[in-house]
Design a protein around this ligand. Structure first.
Ligand code: SF4
Ligand code: SF4
Length: 432
């Protein structure tokens, strides 16, 4: 099974791209399929689950058996009626459990999900495996199904949404220029910037030049330049430190609403604000360890702070400084979880606060995108870049192996049939 997953080049489709054959090289107790899709406006998991629920359930059972797990659980938001009914039909009496989550943010955070399903807390610096869990995104599990049938990863399902004329979900060959996708949805309406990924955790791209679909791309959103969320995403650090010093009243609302803090982890962004505002570039003593458990969900900045400050950015800065100083996480849980349920943030409220509700539209599947050329990156996964196995002028078929990893990594395959027209240290170009 692992050989087939490795051969197909499967990586975590919803995260940083950790190679799946490495992740599954273990035994565990609970296997969780994450179909929550908690980033607003994205619809990729919705399409995949509604269309391929039987394949996802079949793959989940095979993975469960491979991991020696006693339980396989598929997590989905209860208000997504189409997903829930597709999964109910597919699950039948297979023994796979469904976990129906309320529509809260960040319900799809891996550690949040583990806590909700098993009541276990992944300690600071720990992994889901430490508490007997392996979690994979629904898109990844579908790709595992395809891998077991001998079909490699060549395409990615992507939502094109936000301020566009016709939000849609498409399947695009890996290496497709993102600039070619926006016009499919009617183009951006007004003066917009683009976000690659979801509105909260995605990154702002002023220009789409050189940006392509990778194995981990989930969305392409256009948002007006004056969108409420943009200043928070593009915050200037020096200004933020000044703002923290001048404005932060240490009300601790950011800490009180932090979902990782609610699970009992010692994540206290207000203390990091205080330390950085005071010019303390050193560590905050015993409290510093909890900073490692921040998941960058952005609730503290995007929702909790009434002064529009940016504690999540400060947490990132603080983490960076600890890394520079060679500080390593120490496994601990500081408190008992308290008021977890009461602290869960309804996604609708978050979207209202960020003025995203107006873009919360369906993004129906519009088919596969046909392109004349692709530029496939050699690094779309955790680990080093792959080494090309093809040269310029060579003809390739769709699905043919074109690069393989030297160490940790995942195989890369041609996403269209054609001729290799360029090979660099970063990418392989193929033209039809
Ligand atoms: S950053 Fe905002 S929410 Fe946090 S303590 Fe300061 S003022 Fe309060
Ligand atoms: S980004 Fe803020 S709210 Fe989210 S986990 Fe980190 S500190 Fe907590």
């Amino acid at each position: 099974m692992l050989d087939k997953i490795f051969a197909a080049g499967v990586v975590g489709a919803g995260g940083a791209g950790f190679p799946t054959h490495v992740k599954y090289k273990t035994k565990t107790e609970v296997f969780i399929v994450n179909a929550i899709e908690c980033e607003p406006l994205l619809r990729t998991d919705r399409y995949i689950v509604e269309t391929f629920a039987p394949e996802i359930v079949a793959a989940a059972l095979q993975i469960k058996e491979h991991l020696g797990a006693s339980r396989a659980v598929i997590a989905v938001k209860e208000h997504n009626a189409g997903m829930v009914s597709a999964l109910r039909r597919a699950v039948g009496d297979s023994g796979v459990d469904l976990y129906l989550s309320p529509s809260v943010y960040p319900a799809g955070d891996e550690q949040n999900l583990i806590f909700c399903i098993t009541g276990r807390v992944v300690l600071t610096g720990g992994l889901p495996l430490d508490v007997g869990c392996v979690v994979s995104n629904a898109a990844t599990v579908f790709q595992v199904h395809e891998a077991l049938a001998g079909r490699p990863v060549t395409d990615k399902i992507i939502t094109i949404g936000g301020a566009v004329a016709n939000p849609m979900t498409v399947s695009a060959p890996i290496g497709t220029a993102l600039a070619d996708l926006l016009p499919l949805a009617g183009g951006a309406v007004g003066d917009c910037v683009t976000i690659i990924g979801g509105p909260l955790m995605g990154r702002v791209a002023e220009s789409l030049d050189g940006e392509v679909v990778t194995k981990t791309t989930g969305g392409l959103l256009a948002l007006p330049r004056d969108a409420a969320i943009l200043p928070k995403k593009e915050a200037d650090l020096a200004r933020e430190v000044k703002m923290a010093r001048a404005v932060c009243c240490q009300c601790s609302m950011c800490t009180q609403m932090c979902p990782r803090n609610a699970m009992g982890l010692n994540v206290q962004p207000h203390k990091v604000m205080r330390a950085l505002a005071a010019g303390n570039c050193g560590l905050i003593g015993a409290e510093a360890n909890g900073v490692w458990s921040c998941c960058d969900c952005g609730i503290c900045s995007d929702y909790a702070c009434n002064f529009g400050l940016h504690p999540s950015k400060m947490m990132q800065v603080y983490k960076g400084r600890m890394r520079e100083q060679g500080v390593k996480p120490v496994k601990e849980v500081k408190y008992q979880p308290q008021g977890f349920e009461n602290k869960r943030l309804p996604t609708a409220r978050l979207m209202g606060r960020l003025d995203l509700s107006r873009y919360d539209a369906d993004a129906p599947f519009a088919g596969s995108v046909e392109v004349q050329s692709v530029r496939i990156p050699l690094k779309m996964h955790v680990g080093g870049p792959c080494t090309p196995t093809v040269g310029v002028g060579e003809k390739v078929e769709k699905g043919q192996l074109i690069a393989r990893p030297e160490g940790l990594g995942a195989n890369i395959h041609a996403s269209i049939a054609g001729t290799v027209t360029a090979v660099t240290a970063q990418m392989i170009e193929i033209r039809r």
